[in-house]
Design a protein around this ligand. Structure first.
Ligand SMILES: *[C@@H]1O[C@H](CO)[C@@H](O)[C@H](O)[C@H]1NC(C)=O
Ligand SMILES: *[C@@H]1O[C@H](CO)[C@@H](O)[C@H](O)[C@H]1NC(C)=O
Ligand SMILES: *[C@@H]1O[C@H](CO)[C@@H](O)[C@H](O)[C@H]1NC(C)=O
Ligand SMILES: *[C@@H]1O[C@H](CO)[C@@H](O)[C@H](O)[C@H]1NC(C)=O
Ligand SMILES: *[C@@H]1O[C@H](CO)[C@@H](O)[C@H](O)[C@H]1NC(C)=O
Length: 233
């Protein structure tokens, strides 16, 4: 009986261990076009990420948006909303498999949830193309932004089907509905401010390995708990 009672915690721990690295599509695991992009942001929903480079001088934003479509014959989309924060009003790039089987990128004015208008959008888009490999689609493009823009409201989405050359409505799960955010193209004044000390020597940069260090610490504790549970069995 004691043996039976000890079992659940062990399997629970194992389950935690096996399911915790949920995101397979993180910035760190991707190797895009020989690191062509200066920045990468893991997006909070839909297992997606955005690689990007912002060139302030030309106010252009080059992006690679990566996400798994909800079905292989589906689509992925990324867009900027110049007038609000949600899906409605966004100017979107949508990638899917064309009728001849090759990946294509189309631009849409997302007027509302029920009205997509294919055609020119309010941003100039160049060099757009799409890829599909290992279950993920990628949208590559360069977007010309208004000169003073230092952050953009962006949206992203995935869907499971394409009909008559157009994406079919996506699901309305929390992950879909929360697929929006603010992309800061520049760090704030504060972060960029002159960090020289009174003596004139540069301040010490934050230790980049500290987060992986604490992660290792967590893994160590979990392993020790498992070993402990095994021994007590
Ligand atoms: C990323 O690309 C580099 C150079 O092409 C290669 O050496 C490295 O193994 C790749 N890493 C991953 C995780 O694919
Ligand atoms: C994200 O990835 C996890 C683990 O691979 C999976 O369980 C989950 O369903 C994925 N979510 C979406 C929206 O694809
Ligand atoms: C598929 O059609 C597009 C135009 O709709 C064309 O640009 C592309 O080259 C075609 N791909 C193949 C593999 O035929
Ligand atoms: C983007 O990357 C560059 C180069 O690594 C860095 O200097 C800059 O602060 C990053 N921008 C943001 C907003 O994280
Ligand atoms: C930073 O501070 C130093 C010393 O006060 C000054 O010489 C330098 O011009 C400052 N740099 C910037 C970018 O403000």
């Amino acid at each position: 009986m004691a043996f039976l009672r000890r079992k659940p915690p062990l399997s629970l721990l194992l389950l935690l261990l096996l399911t915790s690295p949920a995101h397979s599509l993180t910035c760190s695991s991707q190797n895009l076009s020989n690191n062509l992009y200066t920045n990468c942001t893991d997006l909070p929903t839909l297992n997606s990420s955005l690689h990007w480079t912002h060139v302030a001088k030309t106010s252009s934003l080059s992006i690679a948006f990566v996400a798994p479509p909800s079905k292989p014959d589906g689509w992925i989309a990324w867009g900027i909303n110049p007038t609000g924060t949600g899906m409605a009003g966004s100017q979107a790039l949508v990638a899917f498999k064309d009728s001849n089987g090759s990946m294509t990128v189309k631009t849409y004015d997302v007027v509302s949830y029920s009205s997509l208008v294919e055609g020119e959008i309010s941003f100039e888009v160049s060099d757009s193309r799409a890829e599909f490999s290992d279950g993920s689609m990628k949208i590559f493009a360069t977007v010309k932004l208004p000169e003073t823009m230092t952050e953009v409201n962006h949206v992203w989405q995935v869907g499971g089907a394409v009909k008559d050359g157009a994406p079919v409505k996506h699901e309305f799960q929390p992950e879909n509905l929360n697929a929006k955010g603010k992309l800061k193209l520049k760090l704030t004044e504060k972060a960029q401010s002159n960090r020289t000390t009174a003596a004139g020597s540069p301040a010490i940069a934050p230790n980049p390995s500290s987060s992986s260090g604490s992660r290792n610490g967590v893994m160590y504790v979990i392993l020790m708990l498992i070993i402990g549970a095994l021994i007590s069995n």
